[in-house]
Design a protein around this ligand. Structure first.
Ligand code: 5GP
Ligand code: ZN
Length: 130
């Protein structure tokens, strides 16, 4: 069984900070910043892409409440909210989860960098996507 399913059903322990009927949130075991939290649905789905709408919406509702709580309680200066999809994007646990990563101006070891690529043909791209 997947490790986050085991956390969700209590088979392995976690530092849980929130629980309701369909969602739990717990502290990341290898935090990248103080307060790094994971929000997951109790029911297994592999990623953001294949999570039922109602569940995914609720995960984000809880993520939003907890992000506000992290800000108020830990007095962080910012928060990265992200969900990795597939290995190429850094997903190592194939159970949908949202990272809440508090950021601290003066004491921060997180790097999330965007490097520009050559500008694409926006017209062509837009027509593919819309
Ligand atoms: P991903 O790389 O899939 O986006 O993130 C998975 C996260 O889950 C990682 O940040 C990792 O530290 C965390 N993680 C993996 N196994 C466990 C565990 O057993 N307990 C907890 N609390 N976090 C875990
Ligand atoms: Zn699972």
């Amino acid at each position: 069984m997947c490790i986050f399913c085991m956390i969700a059903n209590g088979e392995i322990p976690s530092n849980k900070i929130y629980e309701d009927e369909s969602v739990i949130a717990f502290l990341d075991i290898n935090p990248t910043s103080y307060g790094h939290t994971l929000v997951i649905p109790k029911e297994h789905c592999d990623s953001f892409l294949n999570c039922p709408d109602e569940t995914r919406n609720h995960v984000f509702e809880v993520a939003s409440k907890l992000a506000n709580k992290l800000e108020q309680t830990l007095h962080c200066d910012g928060i990265n909210i992200l969900s990795n999809v597939h290995e190429a994007a850094g997903q190592s646990v194939t159970h949908f989860h949202v990272h809440l990563i508090p950021r601290y101006k003066d004491n921060d070891s997180v790097t999330i960098e965007f490097h520009e690529i050559e500008k694409p043909d926006f017209e062509e791209l837009m027509n593919k996507l819309k």
